[in-house]
Design a protein around this ligand. Structure first.
Ligand code: 5AD
Ligand code: SF4
Length: 460
């Protein structure tokens, strides 16, 4: 009998990618994916970026504990694994607080999962052996997935591809450099191989992923440095690639050559997620972001010059220690000035072990009130952007079936979701869609019955 596997994923795209790779690795070994948490193996791929994600983990662990006990009563076993960033940050603390967890494994050691699961299994059968949860949270030099060598199975239209991990930036509020470790860039050849493989299996769009994706820098076998913009040009040469995206970028790494790539690479979509975090130079300095608002806005200006229709998205943190009313006001003004097409905004959450957590904290009510105020501006700006597309024709990559019958869901070059009546055979193609309505989070349009073959996806 095959063992069943369920993974609960919290947090960012990097975790979603890791979950996919863990699923691939374990299904190759005969595990069968289950939609229910009540499985032979329940993995929690965790996030540590804000306190809320950590709280959610422990409440979910409480639930799975009951399932494990129920299974035991009917003579069945369950292996509970905590993986991801909280595993890395909290380590043995998880085993102490939730002793029914069998394995805690950090984001850099997933390649060891089969071995560790087998160890737990052997111990259960023989009755000899760890007796308590196992901890696997090292920082090996080679990226976990480069060691795996499992060809990726992929079904879909838009694929994620991890090219870089970790972060050396040490923003004072952020736990990532501690949970994901130092920056590591995968070799170019491995990335191109994985990309080709994904395209062969039907992917039309690739999103290159990394915590600090545009800090990508690897060595070729001949010892030359491969920069991020070079990698983009190489990806753009791949046959069958219609659309190319990347996230998440740091403003410090937006080089001239990368901005030029936005002008020259037709497959590179006119949408960029470039987190600013705050509109106040004083707070940016406190956060160790290493740029000023003038520098940030100059980058946006240069990108707009390179690709006039480019749309921007950002992350914001409100209520960082020391943020005054005036600092916050500057954030609101920046948000209104830029006119983001999308944005994520968060209340600052003190993370143990980070420098900002040691500072005097703002009251929750102030942070909450500021978040509401900023979100009002951001929501308005997003709606205005969506409405501005009404009456235009956009090339839409049709990705999957929508909720209503006969409906497909696709994406514009600007990452807007579009609902359109269309036949399922069109999934995977780019079609011209006339936009009828712009809503808060999506667009509605109708098919122009004319496929879009133009690679640069420009409006016709
Ligand atoms: N509190 C709130 N938000 C945070 N982020 C990172 N660390 C924190 C924190 N301690 C946000 C940043 C980052 C996004 C992924 O999460 O905006 O860009
Ligand atoms: Fe965190 Fe800053 Fe690194 Fe982004 S750049 S992962 S916010 S430390």
């Amino acid at each position: 009998m095959h063992k069943t596997l369920h993974i609960t994923t919290y947090g960012c795209q990097m975790n979603v990618y890791d979950t996919q790779r863990i699923e691939e690795m374990l299904t190759v070994l005969g595990y069968v994916l289950s939609t229910k948490m009540d499985a032979d193996i329940a993995i929690f791929n965790t996030c540590q970026i804000r306190e809320k994600a950590e709280e959610k983990l422990f409440s979910d662990l409480g639930r799975v504990r009951l399932l494990k006990e129920q299974r035991k009563e009917s003579g069945k076993q369950m292996t509970i694994v905590v993986a991801g960033c909280s595993a890395q940050a909290l380590g043995g603390h998880i085993l102490k607080r939730a002793p029914y967890v069998d394995l805690v494994v950090g984001p850099q050691t997933y390649d060891k999962l089969p071995e560790l699961l087998a160890k737990i299994e052997r111990a259960r059968i023989s009755g000899v052996g760890p007796g308590q949860g196992i901890l696997g949270i090292g920082f090996p030099k080679i990226s976990k997935f480069d060691k795996l060598n499992v060809p990726r199975g992929f079904h879909g239209v838009s694929a994620m591809l991890s090219i870089q991990e970790g972060c050396n930036k040490f923003c004072t509020y952020c736990v990532v450099p501690y949970t994901r470790g130092a920056e590591y860039s995968r070799p170019l050849e491995d990335i191109l191989k994985e990309a080709q493989n994904l395209l062969k299996q039907g992917a039309k769009e690739l999103t290159l992923l990394g915590q600090n994706v545009n800090a990508y820098s690897s060595q070729s076998p001949k010892g030359n440095t491969v920069t991020f913009s070079e990698l983009l040009y190489r990806c753009a040469e791949l046959e069958g690639l219609f659309r190319l995206r990347y996230m998440t970028s740091h403003p410090r790494e937006m080089t001239q050559s990368l901005i030029q790539a936005h002008k020259e690479i037709p497959q590179l979509m006119p949408f960029l997620h470039l987190p600013v975090q705050s509109g106040s130079n004083r707070v940016l300095q406190e956060m160790n972001r290493q740029y000023t608002i003038l520098e940030y806005e100059t980058i946006l200006e240069n990108l707009r010059e390179a690709r006039p229709d480019i749309a921007f998205s950002s992350d914001f943190i409100v209520g960082h220690p020391g943020e005054s009313e005036e600092d916050f006001e500057q954030t609101c003004q920046l948000a209104a000035r830029v006119g983001y097409s999308q944005a994520y905004s968060f209340m600052y959450s003190a993370r143990p072990g980070t420098p900002s957590a040691l500072k005097s904290q703002l009251p929750f009510e102030i942070k909450q009130h500021r978040l509401y105020r900023l979100q009002e501006i951001l929501h308005k700006s997003q709606l205005a952007f969506n409405i501005s597309k009404q009456g235009t024709c956009l090339p839409v990559l049709l990705e999957k079936k929508g909720k209503k019958t006969g409906q497909l869901l696709g994406k514009t070059p600007y990452m807007q979701s579009v609902y359109v009546q269309a036949s399922p055979e069109l999934i995977g193609s780019i079609q011209w869609v006339e936009i009828q309505q712009g809503y808060n989070n999506s667009l509605a349009g109708s098919l122009k019955n004319r496929a879009c073959y133009s690679l640069n996806n420009t409006v016709q």
